[in-house]
Design a binder for this molecule. Structure first.
Ligand SMILES: NC(=O)c1ccc[n+]([C@@H]2O[C@H](COP(=O)([O-])OP(=O)(O)OC[C@H]3O[C@@H](n4cnc5c(N)ncnc54)[C@H](O)[C@@H]3O)[C@@H](O)[C@H]2O)c1
Length: 277
């Protein structure tokens, strides 16, 4: 059996209209998963292309992850339209560069609402949907003697390199704390959900070229050049370079991995790089 195959499974991915979330959707679609996307903006055409390229189902649900009502409505529709939820990746996120001493109430509440509360609400709705999915499988497995253990669930939170190391190039205490709060969910949820066969991990991307990075660069033109010096390879990462790690965390290949953070950063957090000498 291919332990990386996700054939027949359903993945709920937030923030996959573009950027890293879209790359995660491509990786999971290529592995055979059907994809349900929650985002507030219209998706790039590449999202629907996954359906054509890999023969999987791809649907978009315009949803603000900070709204419990909208999240519940979207996950209910997904259960009706896909019949199951097996995987949840929480990539929806926002960042604003603002010094700690003058961080605004607006930044504080918005950043925590999207990055932390949004991840919490979607993971909660998806975990309940996974339990419902598995209950049906367990019941039908019971009716069939010697049937294999039902497929288990996987939740992946998207944290950040910022929770591992600070950079002089950014003033993002508010963002960093929101992502640390997300990582704070990983171990207690792994413990609470293990009895339901659900694994919970986080992925911390390093500096990666996406629209989020382009937005930061517009305000600080030298930012990417600085980040390039901070990795061990003299460049920043591409969304494609995170696909392997996310597929690992979502598939049976990581069946014995839960409660962990996986940092994929081109070595940026592992040395005293030139930028700080
Ligand atoms: N790009 C990087 O270098 C980097 C590094 C570390 C962590 N991350 C994290 O990875 C994730 C993806 O980042 P990205 O670079 O692809 O950013 P991005 O801005 O390109 O994509 C983020 C997506 O989240 C969606 N989103 C924002 N608010 C939302 C809401 N309220 N409800 C639903 N969707 C919402 C956006 O519409 C967008 O499609 C984020 O959580 C980010 O913090 C990115």
């Amino acid at each position: 059996m291919d332990s990386f195959s996700l054939k027949g499974q359903t993945a709920v991915i937030t923030g996959a209209a573009r950027g890293l979330g879209l790359a995660f959707a491509q990786a999971l679609g290529e592995a055979g998963a059907n994809i349900a996307v929650l985002d507030v903006i219209d998706p790039e055409p590449a999202l629907k292309q996954i359906q054509t390229d890999h023969g999987v189902k791809v649907e978009f649900y315009k949803t603000d992850v900070t709204s419990r009502e909208q999240v519940a409505g979207a996950v209910e529709r997904i259960m009706r339209e896909f019949g199951r939820v097996d995987i949840n990746i929480n990539a929806a996120g926002i960042v604003k560069d603002e010094p700690f001493l003058t961080t605004s109430d607006e930044n504080l509440s918005k950043t925590f609402a999207v990055n932390f509360t949004g991840s919490f609400l979607v993971a909660q709705a998806c975990a309940n949907a996974m339990i419902q999915t598995h209950r049906q499988e367990i019941d039908s497995a019971k009716a069939t003697p010697n049937s294999p253990t039902p497929i288990h669930g996987s939740i992946v939170f998207i944290a950040s390199i910022a929770t591992h190391i600070s950079t002089t190039a950014q003033r993002i205490s508010c963002y960093t704390a929101s992502k640390a709060a997300v990582r704070g969910l990983v171990k207690p949820l792994a413990m609470e959900l293990a009895k339901h066969g659900i694994r919970v991990n986080s992925l911390s991307p390093g500096y990666t070229m996406t629209d989020m990075m382009r937005g930061l660069q517009r305000e600080q033109p030298k930012l990417v050049a600085q980040f390039e010096r901070e990795t061990m390879f003299g460049r920043i990462g591409t969304p494609e370079e995170l696909k392997g790690a996310v597929l690992f965390l979502c598939s049976r290949a990581s069946g014995w991995v839960t409660g962990q953070d996986v940092l994929v950063d081109g070595g940026a957090s592992s040395w005293k790089h030139a930028a700080t000498l």
